[in-house]
Design a protein around this ligand. Structure first.
Ligand SMILES: [Zn+2]
Length: 558
């Protein structure tokens, strides 16, 4: 594996890795752009092709190409490795079966899931599952691309096949592929039987779980999901994201649909930005995963009332997380899968007519509630919390006015009702960004100081400069982890290809100023102490020192 890492680093430069995600422009030796990990208007995200590293002065994050992919794709190191290996055309050399102690448990589980997926896919041809998939409108290309499979109507088919290949019972259990029989310890059977199987993949495209659609009409559980495992955390996985992320970036929105078949049919019809949850409510983690690719979310809904309340809750969460949310309404009683299969043009039309979520609910409610008083009550309960969740004051104002128009109220009344709602609480996600964003400073002087720290480490001068840095940034301490990298970038930024005399002058000036300022402060403190003690001689000396230092400080003209 270390060979693969080296090979990838050799073939891919950092620019190739980052450019698909961040628009980079050249700035001296490095490249810079808007940071994809925090909101900003001026670029503080720097990339050094020479060192193969990146660093953001805004939020303090940094690292190499692998760590960039880990963060932006929401995957671990192995996931990043897989993505970059594909990009670089490098085949990853995993240690094989004979070398089990080298492979971690997680790798084994991933290998097991990949193998199970292939095994199920191999059973599909001519099965009931294949007929069912065709009946639902999935074509051969889609079935093959998503590697749909069939779990045969047998108790131990998968178990026997995979244990024969060297996987163990405990491994099959921890992957959620088999179950222990109730009241019969030591007896195991396949979890999925007589079902059409949809592999659930993480954002890097690795199979982590399955959803099984029942094929027998009398099966009580229509859909059966893998349990939560070491690989599968349903609140972190969006079904289809591995195949949807490019389209989400280019179309600039994520389309969230109800189920797996909806996702497959949407992709088949050209809406390759569709994803779905798998058997869980929308979570902040899902939203953060979406935000990596686009800040716009479209909810595609069928029109039943139960769905609408759940939609309002999801939308509120998404707005709080800073996404822009729209909703498209499908004709009564139709889910996306049905509509796409029956009338793709109508589906496209509905998507085009999607409305911002506040307007969507205002229209919905106005259509349902003929009684004006009840309409106002319903809007107060559903629409106001949505408006309240919008972080941008301008957008909030805009939607307050649309609510006022629809409800026939003054926007002052809406504003007043909003004030009565509980205050918007900061989401954990955004506050952690705030925390990291507070430490570094973007102004030139603190960057000079960081550069000095890098260029002259562990000198008395550097120590004084450190003090100055902390004073300027009001940080409790130096960001030791990010310091070396950020200092390198500062130095590069300042000195560019060839360190100019001007830049060196500026550096020394900043140095000197920091030193003098510190001495001046010290002199002022001495003066106060001397005055308090009433020693005439010391007061005089301290005054002289202050005058001298303040004159030198004034010469800097800052
Ligand atoms: Zn940043």
């Amino acid at each position: 594996m270390t060979d693969s890492v080296a090979q990838i680093k050799e073939r891919l430069n950092i620019e190739d890795v980052i450019a698909p995600y961040v628009k980079l422009t050249r700035a001296g030796k490095s490249l810079r752009g808007l940071c994809p990990f925090h909101k900003e208007k001026t670029p503080s995200f720097h990339v050094s092709p020479e060192r193969g590293s990146w660093h953001c002065f805004g939020c303090g994050l940094g690292g190499d190409g692998f760590s960039f992919i880990e963060k932006i794709e929401g995957v671990d190191f192995k996931g990043a490795l897989q993505i970059l290996a594909e990009k670089a055309g490098v085949v990853i050399e995993y240690s094989g079966k004979g070398n089990r102690e080298d492979t971690t448990k997680k790798e084994r589980l991933l290998a097991l899931m990949a193998r199970a997926s292939e095994w199920y896919a191999g059973k599909l041809l001519g099965s009931l599952a294949q007929i069912y998939a065709h009946d639902r409108g999935l074509n051969g290309g889609t079935i093959a691309a998503w590697r749909l499979g069939y779990a045969p109507e047998e108790w131990r088919a998968l178990l026997e096949a995979l244990t024969a290949e060297g996987f163990t019972i405990p491994e099959l259990l921890s992957a959620g592929l088999i179950k222990e029989a109730d009241g019969k310890p030591g007896t195991y059977y396949d979890r999925f039987r007589n079902r059409l199987l949809f592999p659930i993949r993480d954002a890097a495209g690795r199979v982590v779980a399955f959803t099984g659609r029942a094929l027998a009409p009398d099966d009580l559980a229509k859909y059966l999901n893998s349990p939560e495992t070491e690989l599968y955390h349903k609140s972190e996985i969006l079904f289809g994201m591995d195949r949807a992320k490019d389209a989400i970036r280019t179309r600039k929105f994520t389309m969230l649909v109800e189920g797996q078949i909806d996702v497959l049919l949407a992709h088949q019809a050209g809406f390759e930005n569709a994803v779905a949850l798998s058997g869980t409510a929308l979570s902040s983690r899902h939203l953060n995963l979406m935000k990596r690719y686009s800040e716009n979310l479209m909810l595609v809904l069928d029109a039943d009332a139960a769905g609408l309340t759940a939609t309002a809750r999801s939308a509120e969460l998404a707005l709080r997380e800073g996404l822009r949310v729209k909703a498209a309404r499908l004709p009564s009683g139709k889910d996306p899968a049905e509509l796409i299969e029956e009338d793709v043009q109508e589906f496209t039309k509905r998507i085009k007519e999607a409305k911002p979520i506040v307007d969507f609910f205002l229209t919905e409610l106005a259509e349902k509630e003929r009684d004006p008083h009840r309409l106002v009550r319903a809007a107060e309960q559903i629409v106001l919390p949505l408006i309240n969740a919008i972080p941008s004051p301008m957008e909030r104002e805009h939607f307050m006015q649309s609510a006022a128009r629809t409800l026939g109220l003054s926007s002052e009344t809406i504003r007043e009702s909003l004030r009565r709602l509980p205050k918007l609480q900061e989401t954990p996600g955004s506050s952690s960004v705030e925390r990291t964003a507070a430490v570094p400073a973007r102004d030139t002087r603190s960057q000079v100081i960081l550069a000095v720290l890098h260029a002259y480490p562990d000198t008395p001068l550097a120590n004084r400069v450190k003090t100055e840095y902390l004073r300027i940034t009001e940080a409790p301490e130096l960001p030791s982890e990010t310091l070396p990298e950020s200092a390198l970038f500062s130095a590069e930024q300042m000195f560019g290809e060839s360190p100019s005399e001007d830049a060196a002058d500026e550096l020394l000036r900043a140095f000197e100023e920091a030193v003098i300022r510190e001495a001046y402060q010290e002199a002022v403190n001495n003066l106060r102490r001397a005055e308090a003690a009433g020693e005439a001689g010391s007061v005089e000396r301290a005054q002289a020192a202050c005058t001298k230092l303040s004159a030198r400080l004034a010469a800097f003209g800052r």
